[in-house]
Design a protein around this ligand. Structure first.
Ligand SMILES: [Mg+2]
Ligand SMILES: [Zn+2]
Length: 192
């Protein structure tokens, strides 16, 4: 924790996977025109953003394989963030791992590197935070830093569901994930 933030209350956050969770998973995206949002993403994130800081955390190994450049990924991410901003949804930071899973980097999910970075850089309370994603490593990512994981069946979620181990919260998509975090309709705040 940075000293200059230690006097501020810690904030809870939701860490969003990108492909298959808030936009369709169409493989390696190199251009903004390839982005296709799920319709549920806008209302779901709008509701979550009332109570939580929002981050995007995405593994983009296609940078390492040469399928696209880091500049391509940044351009696509900037488009995603700006489309969400049109609905007053604020993404505090977008974190990208450009490495292959077996590269031995420190930042690939399920390693909790970017959760720790958000904790340090943005004063996030990981114990009150969630990570949502369509791959088992998105759930493990949360659990590896004491946050709660929510698995969505959108994107590649159905395909990988049998790889889940342990007691995992599984929901249909981003709308149901927001419902799970915020509680039944009409509740004023997040589930305890
Ligand atoms: Mg995904
Ligand atoms: Zn990495």
């Amino acid at each position: 924790m940075n000293d200059h933030r230690s006097d501020k209350p810690l904030r809870p956050a939701v860490f969003l996977d990108r492909d298959g969770t808030i936009i369709e998973d169409r493989g390696d995206l190199a251009r903004p025109s390839q982005v296709a949002f799920f319709a549920d993403t806008f209302p779901a994130l709008k509701r979550l953003n009332r109570f939580f800081d929002l981050f995007i955390v995405t593994n983009q190994s296609g940078v390492s394989t040469g399928a696209m450049t880091m500049e391509d990924v940044k351009c696509v991410n900037a488009h995603v963030v700006s489309e969400l901003a049109l609905f007053d949804i604020r993404i505090r930071e977008t974190y990208v791992c450009p490495h292959k899973p077996n590269d031995g980097c420190s930042c690939v999910k399920p390693k909790p590197y970017f959760l720790r970075k958000a904790e340090t850089d943005h004063g996030i309370d990981l114990k009150r935070s969630f990570a949502i994603g369509d791959h088992p490593h998105d759930v493990a990512f949360a659990e590896n830093a004491g946050a709660k994981g929510i698995y969505v069946l959108s994107g590649h979620g159905e395909k990988h569901q049998e790889e889940l181990s342990g007691d995992v919260v599984v929901v249909g998509g981003i709308r149901e994930a927001a419902d799970r975090i915020l509680g039944p309709a009409g509740r004023k705040g997040p589930n305890p």
